[in-house]
Unconditional design. Structure first.
Length: 68
């Protein structure tokens, strides 16, 4: 598991769900930019917990390839 910053979209409601890589330091809850019709961001892994600092613990090992 790794600790990453978030763009503000990943919170307690996303624990257990897949998050997506914005860049090498940040993850997001959505798989595409606003207005984009297709997936743009790679799945980073599963959100395991929200750190008290507001950062996100992401499990890259048990990454899901299926997204909703």
């Amino acid at each position: 598991m790794f600790l990453y910053a978030t763009d503000g979209t990943v919170g307690a409601a996303q624990v257990g769900l897949v998050c997506f890589a914005l860049d090498d330091n940040n993850v997001t809850a959505t798989d595409r930019a606003s207005g984009a019709g297709v997936q743009q961001y790679a799945a980073a892994g599963t959100v395991v917990a929200i750190d008290p600092s507001g950062q996100v613990w992401v499990d890259f090992w048990h990454q899901s390839t299926a997204t909703a």
